[in-house]
Design a protein around this ligand. Structure first.
Ligand code: IPE
Ligand code: IPE
Ligand code: MG
Length: 242
Protein backbone atom coordinates (compact mmCIF):
# COMPACT_ATOMS: atom_id res chain seq x y z
CA UNK A 1 0.00 0.00 0.00
CA UNK A 2 1.12 3.59 -0.25
CA UNK A 3 4.00 4.78 -2.36
CA UNK A 4 3.15 2.72 -5.40
CA UNK A 5 -0.22 4.39 -5.84
CA UNK A 6 0.97 7.87 -4.89
CA UNK A 7 -0.55 10.35 -7.28
CA UNK A 8 -2.01 7.57 -9.39
CA UNK A 9 -4.43 9.39 -11.70
CA UNK A 10 -6.49 6.22 -12.34
CA UNK A 11 -9.54 7.41 -10.39
CA UNK A 12 -8.84 11.10 -10.89
CA UNK A 13 -9.13 10.60 -14.63
CA UNK A 14 -12.75 9.65 -13.95
CA UNK A 15 -13.39 12.98 -12.28
CA UNK A 16 -13.15 11.74 -8.72
CA UNK A 17 -12.07 14.88 -6.88
CA UNK A 18 -14.06 14.72 -3.69
CA UNK A 19 -15.26 11.81 -1.57
CA UNK A 20 -17.69 12.27 1.32
CA UNK A 21 -18.26 9.62 3.96
CA UNK A 22 -20.94 8.99 6.56
CA UNK A 23 -18.95 6.94 9.06
CA UNK A 24 -21.72 4.91 10.67
CA UNK A 25 -21.86 1.76 12.78
CA UNK A 26 -19.40 2.40 15.61
CA UNK A 27 -22.02 1.69 18.26
CA UNK A 28 -23.12 -1.59 16.67
CA UNK A 29 -19.51 -2.68 16.25
CA UNK A 30 -18.96 -2.23 20.00
CA UNK A 31 -22.28 -3.79 20.98
CA UNK A 32 -21.49 -6.95 19.02
CA UNK A 33 -18.35 -7.33 21.09
CA UNK A 34 -20.04 -6.55 24.39
CA UNK A 35 -18.06 -3.32 24.63
CA UNK A 36 -19.21 0.20 25.54
CA UNK A 37 -20.20 2.33 22.51
CA UNK A 38 -17.17 4.52 23.03
CA UNK A 39 -14.89 1.58 22.23
CA UNK A 40 -16.48 1.56 18.78
CA UNK A 41 -15.83 5.28 18.34
CA UNK A 42 -12.20 4.74 19.35
CA UNK A 43 -11.79 1.94 16.83
CA UNK A 44 -13.46 4.20 14.27
CA UNK A 45 -10.62 6.70 14.64
CA UNK A 46 -8.23 3.99 13.45
CA UNK A 47 -10.33 3.59 10.31
CA UNK A 48 -10.23 7.35 9.78
CA UNK A 49 -6.48 7.19 9.95
CA UNK A 50 -6.15 4.49 7.29
CA UNK A 51 -8.77 6.02 4.98
CA UNK A 52 -7.13 9.46 5.15
CA UNK A 53 -3.75 7.93 4.43
CA UNK A 54 -5.06 5.95 1.48
CA UNK A 55 -6.91 8.91 -0.03
CA UNK A 56 -3.70 10.94 0.30
CA UNK A 57 -1.70 8.18 -1.37
CA UNK A 58 -4.18 7.87 -4.23
CA UNK A 59 -4.08 11.62 -4.71
CA UNK A 60 -7.75 12.40 -4.00
CA UNK A 61 -7.89 16.20 -3.57
CA UNK A 62 -10.84 16.44 -1.11
CA UNK A 63 -12.25 14.13 1.56
CA UNK A 64 -15.13 15.04 3.88
CA UNK A 65 -15.89 12.91 6.94
CA UNK A 66 -19.10 13.16 8.99
CA UNK A 67 -17.87 13.03 12.57
CA UNK A 68 -20.67 14.51 14.70
CA UNK A 69 -24.05 15.79 13.57
CA UNK A 70 -26.16 18.60 14.99
CA UNK A 71 -28.58 15.81 15.96
CA UNK A 72 -25.98 13.70 17.79
CA UNK A 73 -26.37 15.95 20.87
CA UNK A 74 -29.51 13.93 21.59
CA UNK A 75 -27.35 10.98 22.64
CA UNK A 76 -26.69 10.19 26.32
CA UNK A 77 -24.46 12.79 27.91
CA UNK A 78 -21.67 10.29 28.64
CA UNK A 79 -21.44 9.31 24.95
CA UNK A 80 -21.40 12.96 23.84
CA UNK A 81 -18.75 13.80 26.44
CA UNK A 82 -16.72 10.75 25.43
CA UNK A 83 -16.87 11.80 21.79
CA UNK A 84 -15.78 15.37 22.56
CA UNK A 85 -12.83 14.00 24.57
CA UNK A 86 -12.00 11.60 21.74
CA UNK A 87 -12.00 14.45 19.16
CA UNK A 88 -9.66 16.47 21.36
CA UNK A 89 -7.37 13.51 21.96
CA UNK A 90 -7.35 12.56 18.26
CA UNK A 91 -6.39 16.09 17.17
CA UNK A 92 -3.51 15.96 19.67
CA UNK A 93 -2.41 12.51 18.58
CA UNK A 94 -2.79 12.74 14.83
CA UNK A 95 -2.55 16.45 14.08
CA UNK A 96 1.25 16.48 13.65
CA UNK A 97 1.07 13.31 11.54
CA UNK A 98 -1.52 14.88 9.23
CA UNK A 99 0.63 17.97 8.88
CA UNK A 100 3.65 15.83 8.01
CA UNK A 101 1.59 14.17 5.29
CA UNK A 102 0.76 17.65 3.95
CA UNK A 103 -2.96 17.27 4.68
CA UNK A 104 -4.91 20.52 4.96
CA UNK A 105 -7.49 20.05 7.72
CA UNK A 106 -10.67 22.14 7.82
CA UNK A 107 -13.59 21.79 10.19
CA UNK A 108 -17.06 22.31 8.83
CA UNK A 109 -20.14 22.79 10.94
CA UNK A 110 -21.12 25.04 13.82
CA UNK A 111 -18.32 25.86 16.27
CA UNK A 112 -20.73 27.33 18.79
CA UNK A 113 -21.82 24.69 21.29
CA UNK A 114 -18.57 22.73 21.17
CA UNK A 115 -16.25 22.77 24.22
CA UNK A 116 -13.92 25.81 24.25
CA UNK A 117 -10.82 23.62 24.52
CA UNK A 118 -11.88 21.67 21.43
CA UNK A 119 -12.61 24.85 19.45
CA UNK A 120 -9.07 26.04 20.26
CA UNK A 121 -7.51 22.76 19.14
CA UNK A 122 -9.55 22.77 15.93
CA UNK A 123 -8.42 26.31 15.11
CA UNK A 124 -4.83 25.36 15.91
CA UNK A 125 -4.85 22.40 13.56
CA UNK A 126 -6.45 24.45 10.79
CA UNK A 127 -3.78 27.10 11.18
CA UNK A 128 -0.95 24.57 11.34
CA UNK A 129 -2.07 22.85 8.15
CA UNK A 130 -3.58 25.72 6.15
CA UNK A 131 -0.74 26.00 3.65
CA UNK A 132 -0.63 22.27 2.91
CA UNK A 133 -1.40 21.43 -0.66
CA UNK A 134 -2.04 17.67 -0.75
CA UNK A 135 -5.34 16.24 0.51
CA UNK A 136 -7.90 18.68 1.94
CA UNK A 137 -9.66 16.91 4.79
CA UNK A 138 -12.96 18.41 5.92
CA UNK A 139 -14.06 17.12 9.29
CA UNK A 140 -17.77 17.70 9.79
CA UNK A 141 -18.14 18.30 13.50
CA UNK A 142 -21.38 19.65 14.97
CA UNK A 143 -22.45 19.69 11.36
CA UNK A 144 -25.97 19.65 9.94
CA UNK A 145 -26.87 20.35 6.33
CA UNK A 146 -29.87 22.47 7.23
CA UNK A 147 -27.86 24.37 9.82
CA UNK A 148 -25.15 25.00 7.22
CA UNK A 149 -27.67 26.36 4.72
CA UNK A 150 -29.06 28.84 7.25
CA UNK A 151 -25.58 29.91 8.39
CA UNK A 152 -24.50 30.30 4.77
CA UNK A 153 -27.48 32.47 3.94
CA UNK A 154 -26.81 34.63 6.98
CA UNK A 155 -23.16 34.98 5.91
CA UNK A 156 -24.37 36.12 2.51
CA UNK A 157 -26.76 38.67 4.01
CA UNK A 158 -24.10 40.00 6.39
CA UNK A 159 -21.43 40.28 3.70
CA UNK A 160 -21.16 43.96 2.81
CA UNK A 161 -19.22 43.10 -0.34
CA UNK A 162 -21.67 40.49 -1.63
CA UNK A 163 -22.38 40.72 -5.37
CA UNK A 164 -24.87 43.52 -5.96
CA UNK A 165 -26.81 41.72 -8.65
CA UNK A 166 -28.15 39.18 -6.22
CA UNK A 167 -28.09 35.56 -5.36
CA UNK A 168 -27.64 32.62 -7.68
CA UNK A 169 -26.30 29.10 -7.25
CA UNK A 170 -22.73 29.96 -8.25
CA UNK A 171 -22.61 32.81 -5.74
CA UNK A 172 -24.43 31.02 -2.92
CA UNK A 173 -22.22 27.94 -2.95
CA UNK A 174 -19.18 30.06 -2.09
CA UNK A 175 -20.84 30.96 1.23
CA UNK A 176 -21.20 27.29 2.23
CA UNK A 177 -18.80 25.79 4.78
CA UNK A 178 -17.13 23.99 1.86
CA UNK A 179 -16.55 27.36 0.13
CA UNK A 180 -14.85 27.03 -3.22
CA UNK A 181 -14.35 23.24 -3.03
CA UNK A 182 -15.90 20.99 -5.66
CA UNK A 183 -19.01 19.01 -4.68
CA UNK A 184 -18.50 15.40 -3.59
CA UNK A 185 -18.40 13.06 -6.60
CA UNK A 186 -19.14 10.10 -4.40
CA UNK A 187 -20.88 9.68 -1.05
CA UNK A 188 -20.09 6.52 0.90
CA UNK A 189 -22.18 5.40 3.88
CA UNK A 190 -21.24 2.42 6.01
CA UNK A 191 -23.35 0.22 8.32
CA UNK A 192 -26.35 -0.39 6.10
CA UNK A 193 -28.53 2.69 6.59
CA UNK A 194 -29.55 4.33 3.33
CA UNK A 195 -30.16 7.90 4.27
CA UNK A 196 -28.36 11.24 4.33
CA UNK A 197 -28.93 12.06 8.00
CA UNK A 198 -28.64 15.78 7.26
CA UNK A 199 -25.20 15.55 5.61
CA UNK A 200 -24.13 18.03 2.90
CA UNK A 201 -27.66 18.56 1.62
CA UNK A 202 -26.65 21.13 -0.98
CA UNK A 203 -23.37 19.53 -2.05
CA UNK A 204 -24.59 15.97 -2.74
CA UNK A 205 -27.17 17.02 -5.35
CA UNK A 206 -25.34 14.97 -8.01
CA UNK A 207 -23.07 12.73 -5.95
CA UNK A 208 -22.90 9.03 -6.75
CA UNK A 209 -24.12 7.10 -3.70
CA UNK A 210 -22.40 3.95 -2.42
CA UNK A 211 -23.60 1.94 0.54
CA UNK A 212 -22.08 -0.98 2.40
CA UNK A 213 -23.29 -3.07 5.33
CA UNK A 214 -19.73 -3.06 6.71
CA UNK A 215 -19.55 -1.18 10.01
CA UNK A 216 -17.19 1.80 10.05
CA UNK A 217 -14.57 0.23 12.39
CA UNK A 218 -14.41 -2.77 10.00
CA UNK A 219 -14.11 -0.59 6.87
CA UNK A 220 -10.72 -1.11 5.18
CA UNK A 221 -8.84 0.35 2.23
CA UNK A 222 -10.07 -2.69 0.24
CA UNK A 223 -13.65 -1.55 0.82
CA UNK A 224 -12.60 1.93 -0.26
CA UNK A 225 -11.19 0.53 -3.50
CA UNK A 226 -14.42 -1.45 -4.06
CA UNK A 227 -16.27 1.85 -3.85
CA UNK A 228 -13.82 3.65 -6.15
CA UNK A 229 -13.94 0.85 -8.71
CA UNK A 230 -17.72 1.01 -8.66
CA UNK A 231 -17.52 4.78 -9.16
CA UNK A 232 -15.49 4.46 -12.35
CA UNK A 233 -18.18 2.17 -13.81
CA UNK A 234 -20.98 4.71 -13.21
CA UNK A 235 -22.37 6.82 -15.97
CA UNK A 236 -22.94 10.32 -14.68
CA UNK A 237 -25.41 12.38 -16.64
CA UNK A 238 -26.24 15.46 -14.56
CA UNK A 239 -29.67 15.61 -16.13
CA UNK A 240 -28.29 15.45 -19.68
CA UNK A 241 -27.83 12.40 -21.84
CA UNK A 242 -24.35 11.55 -20.63
C1 IPE B 1 -21.32 6.80 13.91
O1 IPE B 1 -21.56 5.60 14.60
C2 IPE B 1 -20.54 7.79 14.75
C3 IPE B 1 -21.33 8.93 15.20
C4 IPE B 1 -22.55 9.20 14.86
C5 IPE B 1 -20.68 9.86 16.12
P1 IPE B 1 -22.84 5.42 15.50
O2 IPE B 1 -22.52 5.83 16.89
O3 IPE B 1 -24.02 6.10 14.91
O4 IPE B 1 -23.04 3.84 15.43
P2 IPE B 1 -24.43 3.07 15.38
O5 IPE B 1 -25.22 3.59 14.25
O6 IPE B 1 -25.09 3.32 16.71
O7 IPE B 1 -24.03 1.64 15.21
C1 IPE C 1 -24.86 10.15 11.01
O1 IPE C 1 -25.00 8.97 11.70
C2 IPE C 1 -23.93 11.08 11.73
C3 IPE C 1 -22.53 10.68 11.71
C4 IPE C 1 -22.02 9.63 11.12
C5 IPE C 1 -21.64 11.56 12.42
P1 IPE C 1 -26.18 8.75 12.74
O2 IPE C 1 -25.99 7.39 13.31
O3 IPE C 1 -26.26 9.88 13.69
O4 IPE C 1 -27.47 8.81 11.79
P2 IPE C 1 -28.94 8.25 12.03
O5 IPE C 1 -29.38 8.72 13.38
O6 IPE C 1 -28.86 6.75 11.97
O7 IPE C 1 -29.75 8.79 10.89
MG1 MG D 1 -25.45 5.52 13.61
Amino acid sequence: MGEKRKGNPEYLAYGLNHIAMIMDGNGRWAKRRGLPRLAGHKQGVETVRSVVEECGDIGIPFLTLYSFSTENWQRPVNEVQGLMDLFLESIDRFGPELHKKRVRVRFIGRREGLPESLIRQMGGLEQLTEKNTDLTLNLALNYGGRDELIRSFLRFLNDASRPANGLNEAVFRTYLDTGHQPDPDMLIRTAGEKRLSNFLLWQVAYSELWFTDTLWPDFTVEHLHDALNDFVSRKRKFGGLG
